[in-house]
Design a protein around this ligand. Structure first.
Ligand code: GLN
Length: 196
């Protein structure tokens, strides 16, 4: 079993370590590889798009055609997780910031996102969420996006302050926050268990 982490920019190494710890906890002898090039995602069972700067990550994945591999993987029913900037990239509909910057999206999740939704006053913070299928979870938000609308097929997994901050649509998981920045590996375990 192999998980790929898109490694072009952002908190890549944290996701790699979180996946390793989650494999250990599940007793699975799995593999995880960060990648900046075409060819790794296609040979994996799941892929994670980390947080970072969504415009930059978008440019690089489309330039390297990693975008195509992610879309193919998703079509095969394999799990794809996007956290923070990664959630923005998975969305079908961006806001005016996404449009203004010409950020190309993968359009795998039928949701509308709002970038940097908590403003400058609350650039980063940690709160306890109740996540459907996982339970209470301490979530770190950093210049986080929120989901403002969801399509019919989208399952809302968590809300914070009336904002939707975690969703799942079949094999696609999108989170506003950073599960890789705390020692709790349950989100990564949940994600690994989505592998068919
Ligand atoms: N604010 C970033 C963006 O819009 C996302 C922040 C993050 O991933 N921590 O791309």
């Amino acid at each position: 079993m192999k998980v790929a982490v898109v490694g072009v920019q952002g908190d890549v190494e944290e996701h790699v370590l979180a996946v390793k710890r989650a494999f250990d906890r599940l007793g699975i002898n799995g593999e995880v590889e960060a990648t900046r090039k075409y060819g790794i995602v296609s040979n994996s069972d799941a892929v994670i798009i980390p947080g970072g700067e969504s415009t930059t990550i978008s440019k690089l994945i489309f330039r390297e055609s990693i975008s195509e591999e992610i879309l193919d993987l998703a079509k095969d029913g394999k799990p794809v997780m996007g956290t923070c900037a990664g959630l923005i990239l998975l969305s079908k509909h961006g806001d005016e910031q996404v449009e203004k910057t010409g950020t190309q999206l993968l359009e795998l999740l039928d949701v509308h996102v709002r970038r940097n939704a908590f403003g400058r006053q609350r650039e980063s913070f940690q709160v306890r969420l109740e996540i459907k299928g996982i339970g209470e979870f301490d979530a770190v938000f950093i210049r986080a996006p929120v989901i403002t609308e969801v399509g019919e097929r989208v399952d809302v997994l968590a809300r914070y302050d009336n904002h939707i901050v975690a969703v799942r649509e079949d094999n696609i998981l999108g989170l506003s926050f950073h599960p890789e920045l705390t020692s709790d590996t349950r989100v990564h375990e949940y994600f690994i268990k989505m592998i068919p």
